[in-house]
Design a protein around this ligand. Structure first.
Ligand SMILES: NC(=O)c1ccc[n+]([C@@H]2O[C@H](COP(=O)([O-])OP(=O)(O)OC[C@H]3O[C@@H](n4cnc5c(N)ncnc54)[C@H](OP(=O)(O)O)[C@@H]3O)[C@@H](O)[C@H]2O)c1
Length: 312
């Protein structure tokens, strides 16, 4: 019964364009629209004619959100409930990608869901993580209470479970690869993991917020197959026309070189290292993503080729 009511509410929030396509009348709030990954969401929504409000918590992120075409910018820290309420005012849908490695990640997400429901939001898309039940990794377990809150919320939820993001390689490692000729992480270089291009995730999120069919669904999102860091440096070498190598650094050395002296952050990476060094990140089933997109998902090889082409 609740599902019927929420679906109806979601349908009522849609209008038809001249071409007969359904469009949301109300704005969609993109929380994290200026982030490394969240920045891909607004362009997909704008492309579909949606009205977008970006929620950002500092100037630099506001500038990024503007550069993606958004003009309605709401400044709000997730911990500032009054500001979040203002950002949610009059909004029909919410996209949320949670900040990572915060001790209160789960609490902030749960509260955002509650506030969205109170504000009369109809649709809510959570960009979470594949296998949130791997509780050894805090960046996974912190997503579980948010999923539960959504399921209980009465909102027309869509929960996305992206595997490793290809854009992580670009954002966090690519400039070092170009400078040093090495791609170094603390976890084992030969263990294989699934990857997804966040632009494909953004397309799915935009569909969920502007079209019918993805509401009340939980979707694992991955490109096909699993690859190791050794496979990735082979792709990099080929794309750049020079040798890129990899090795595995101890977690302590890696933390000392790359992380501020923040215990939450360092133990989070130690947890990730323990899992990835033992198991990689298995999966790589692209059935769901391919079906939703109606095309083949983007591949890591294509992504690396793009990075290399931009670096020439
Ligand atoms: N990296 C991967 O391969 C991968 C794979 C699957 C899922 N994920 C998940 O993707 C999520 C995002 O990762 P990320 O590296 O982009 O994380 P992040 O740097 O912490 O940022 C996520 C977003 O949260 C915003 N934010 C941070 N603190 C905030 C606050 N107090 N109030 C309001 N907004 C705040 C950030 O805004 P600013 O940019 O403006 O600071 C950013 O837009 C994480 O939950 C992670 O677990 C990552």
């Amino acid at each position: 019964m609740r599902k019927d009511v929420s679906t109806k509410a979601a349908e009522n929030s849609l209008m038809r364009t001249a071409k007969g396509e359904k469009m949301p009348k109300k704005s969609i709030l993109v929380v994290g629209a200026g982030g490394h990954f969240g920045r891909y969401i607004a362009p997909e929504l704008l492309k579909r004619g949606a009205k977008v409000r970006a929620m950002v918590h500092h100037d630099q992120a506001a500038a990024v959100a503007r550069s993606t075409g958004v003009t309605d910018i709401a400044r709000a820290d997730l911990r500032d409930e009054a500001a979040v309420r203002r950002a949610l005012d009059g909004v029909g849908g919410v996209f949320y990608i949670p900040p990572k490695f915060l001790s209160d990640e789960a609490a902030l997400g749960v509260r955002l869901v509650e506030l969205a429901a109170e504000a009369g939001v109809e649709r809510f898309v959570l960009s979470g993580v594949m296998y949130p039940f791997i509780t050894d990794m805090c960046n996974h377990r912190e997503k579980l209470p948010v999923e539960l809150a959504l399921i209980k919320s009465g909102l027309a939820f869509t929960i996305l479970h992206p595997t490793n993001l290809m854009q992580s390689t670009g954002v966090f490692f690519w400039s070092k690869v170009l400078d040093t000729g090495e791609y170094i992480e603390p976890w084992a270089q030969d263990k294989k993991s699934g990857y997804v291009d966040y632009r494909d995730v953004a397309e799915v999120a935009a569909k969920a917020l502007t079209e019918d069919g993805l509401q009340f669904g939980v979707f694992d999102l991955s490109a096909a197959g699993v690859i190791s860091r050794e496979d990735i440096v082979d792709m990099m070498s080929e794309a750049l026309g020079r040798a890129i190598s990899t090795r595995t650094q101890s977690i302590d050395e890696w933390n000392n070189q790359n992380m501020p002296p923040n215990q939450i952050l360092r133990s989070a990476f130690a947890g990730i290292d323990r899992f990835y060094s033992n198991y990689g990140f298995p999966g790589g089933n692209d059935l769901v993503l391919r079906t939703i997109l109606g095309r083949e998902p983007r591949t890591m090889r294509a992504y690396i080729n793009e990075l290399a082409a931009q670096s020439n």
